[in-house]
Design a protein around this ligand. Structure first.
Ligand code: TXA
Ligand code: MG
Length: 352
């Protein structure tokens, strides 16, 4: 096991010395975690197949799930893709740097392992000075999935990165908590109309504002109701963003949701389980669970998105058996929040 170097940097004006140390690791085929505006990423030279293979291994990520390639300027995109459609030009103009990942047809210079053998590539330009400085100093695009072990909630602090990857990666650039807290929106422009493959930091509404028509991939809106009595049954192996505890999401109108969450709390506590409730400021005081945590006020879905992954990790540290989560409206960043919660629950969704 190697030691993971922690490099503290200022998020706005990162110290060039620390960036250079990190860039040397990247140039030598190493792995460096770094902050973006969404979550921390685990970076490797996207054009170095050996480095990218090590990236998959460090995360224990299956080789058929390709990472996002991060660029620092628009010229890089042209090297990595065969064509930049007009819609992409418009989106890059409006949203880059920012939390929007675009799917392009990939060029021959991209190694197979970086795109998991696909003929497409996912690219974004992050809106974070540390990420941009690292890309520039490394002199290459960075393949960077979220810097968590596969299946765990994405990291929004350097501490989260170390919880999962300490000793498995060369270094982490620590610039404090990330601003957005959920990953970028992944948009497929190789189909018409464009399709959101993963809702994230750039809201659907904002994309529609630029493109007119945008669809959600069926997987994004997937929901399968499972009766609560069966909630401990399998399906767990396909969980993502998943804490160790079982997660149940309660969706519906707020008064009904609050009532249902209280009922479920009693149901599980009678079975001697340690229950955590993922609540909001408006409701938190009304619950009598073992641990109650608030995502923030319902008046700010952005604040809720920012806190989500951190709270899921905190529940694990508290050792709860079950997390009962209140659903939130699927507007703005709420769509990304609900997508993560549903996945974390393995689609154990209760309609209130
Ligand atoms: O905000 C983010 O996007 C963060 C930060 C670090 O930039 N990165 C991130 O990467 O979340 P990752 O690898 O954890 O998620 C990449 C997503 C996956 O859902 C993957 O399946 C999808 O992008 N993806 C990658 N390449 C693709 C492709 N060619 N076609 C379709 N989806 C692709
Ligand atoms: Mg990820």
């Amino acid at each position: 096991m190697r030691e993971t170097l922690v490099l503290k940097v200022d998020p706005n004006t990162p110290e060039i010395k620390a960036i250079r140390v990190a860039a040397i690791f990247i140039k030598n085929g190493g792995l460096v975690a770094f902050p973006t505006e969404t979550v921390y990423g685990l970076g490797a030279d996207a054009l170095n197949p050996k480095a990218v293979r090590n990236l998959f291994r460090a995360k224990k990520r299956p080789f058929d799930n390709p990472p996002i390639v991060h660029v620092g300027d628009f010229q890089d995109v042209h090297r990595l893709v065969t064509e930049v459609p007009e819609k992409a030009e418009r989106l890059m103009d409006v949203f880059w740097p920012g939390p929007l990942t675009l799917i392009f047809k990939r060029s021959k210079i991209v190694p197979d392992v970086t795109v998991a053998g696909l003929d497409t590539i996912a690219i974004r330009m992050p809106r974070h000075n540390v990420a941009l400085a690292l890309i520039k100093e490394s002199g290459c695009p960075l393949a960077a999935p979220s810097a968590n072990l596969a299946g765990k909630p994405s990291p929004t602090t350097a501490e989260h990165v170390l919880e999962d990857l300490n000793g498995r990666i060369d270094a982490v650039l620590d610039a404090g908590p990330t601003r957005i807290g959920v990953e970028s929106t992944v948009l497929d422009l190789t189909v018409d109309p464009p399709q959101i493959l993963r809702p994230g930091g750039t809201p659907l509404e904002a994309l529609k504002g630029v493109l007119g028509k945008v669809e959600l991939h069926p997987v994004v809106v997937a929901e399968k109701e499972i009766a609560i009595e069966k909630a401990r049954s399998p399906g767990m192996k396909h969980r993502h963003y998943a804490p160790k505890a079982e997660v149940v999401v309660v969706e519906g109108e707020l008064t009904a949701v609050t009532k249902k969450v209280a009922e479920l709390t009693d149901f599980y506590r009678r079975r001697k389980l340690k229950v955590g409730v993922l609540a909001t400021d408006e409701t938190a005081a009304s619950y009598r669970a073992d641990v109650v945590k608030s995502l923030g006020s319902r008046s700010s879905l952005n604040a809720i998105a920012k806190n989500l992954f951190r709270l899921l990790r905190e529940f694990d540290l508290e050792g709860v058996d079950v997390i009962i989560a209140e659903g939130v409206p699927t507007e703005g960043l709420g769509l990304a929040v609900m997508n993560r919660l549903r996945k974390a629950s393995g689609y154990k969704i209760v309609k209130a």
